[in-house]
Design a protein around this ligand. Structure first.
Ligand code: NAD
Length: 272
């Protein structure tokens, strides 16, 4: 029998972390070897299986990553740099789904990729990868004539806005049109004169209840419109993607990868 892949979960007691813990525990080829939480977390020392509702796992939430083959990270942008430095030193592969990352964290991803395989994806669902592709295709075909608007909705606890997925949608569409994503994006319109300028990609965010994650891209032309919509019905969509990514990444040379590579799709835009 081949060796089990050792997984450490960073942000283990969070909404995504606990879902990953449950999925890793249920996977015959994966071995949960660490459940990492922040200093001061009330969950430190508690059995992560019990927290996840699957009974004793023998792994307590701690601040130590240990020596896994792969870290699966759904935590917070602040931890990114330190975690990547640790993993680079120890030769540990990293799958990170954490969103809201800044320029420094992006640089840290690039630097770590010189030493270890790193996969960062603001959305680890298969469907959203296809929406990226379709949005890029529409933008290439009709983008300059269309009014493009992205709307996204998430649960009331989500910290960052717009979502990482909405930002990535803007990026892939801007790339497809040869435009600058930062200049094109107009997020959260408000004010006395919000008339559209040409080339704008509008983004609107809603935070409500327990919505797992909805994204729609609208291309409006005179007299007709196209809407591409993805709705995540449960966190399983992201968890399954994270596990697929971990299995795939363990066999890769150092580099920065996106989820599209795992699925064998053409990457749209920079590695994401
Ligand atoms: P959450 O707040 O429920 O969980 C985050 C967990 O990380 C918390 O338990 C927190 O204590 C822990 N944490 C914070 N700092 C830490 C540190 N320094 N070390 C260890 N643990 C630390 O949030 P969530 O809903 O689980 O989402 C987590 C992240 O994943 C967010 O950035 C979210 O946007 C992102 N996310 C990504 C995807 C995707 O497909 N890529 C899907 C869902 C959520």
């Amino acid at each position: 029998m081949s060796r089990l892949l050792k997984i450490a979960v960073l942000g283990a007691a969070g909404r995504m972390g606990l879902s990953v813990v449950r999925a890793v525990a249920a996977a015959p080829d994966l071995d949960l070897c660490a459940a990492v939480e922040r200093e001061g977390s009330v969950h430190l020392g508690r059995d992560i299986g019990e927290l996840a509702g699957i009974g004793k796992s023998g792994i307590s939430a701690s601040t130590e990553l240990g020596a896994p083959d792969v870290v699966i990270d759904f935590s917070s942008p602040e931890v990114m740099q330190e975690m990547l430095e640790h993993c680079s030193r120890k030769g540990i592969a990293v799958v990170s789904g954490t969103t809201g990352i800044d320029e420094a964290a992006r640089m840290a991803l690039q630097q770590a990729a010189g030493f270890i395989p790193v996969l960062w994806a603001p959305n680890l669902s298969i469907g959203v990868q296809l929406i990226y592709q379709l949005a890029a295709q529409c933008a290439r075909a009709i983008g300059p004539q269309a009014d493009i608007e992205v709307t996204e909705a998430h649960h009331r606890f989500k910290q960052d806005a717009p979502s990482g997925t909405a930002l990535q949608l803007v990026q892939v569409m801007a790339d497809a049109m040869g435009a600058d994503a930062r200049q094109s994006m107009v997020a959260g319109r408000k004010g006395a004169d919000c008339r559209r300028q040409s080339g704008e990609i509008g983004v609107s965010s809603m935070r409500a209840g327990d919505i797992v994650g909805d994204h729609t891209v609208l291309f409006a032309l005179a007299g007709e419109r196209i809407e591409l919509t993805h709705r995540a019905a449960s966190r399983d969509a992201f968890v399954n993607g994270a596990l697929m990514a971990a299995r795939w990444l363990a066999g890769q040379p150092p580099g920065l990868y996106g989820f599209a590579s795992v699925l064998g799709l053409d990457a749209t835009g920079p590695a994401t």
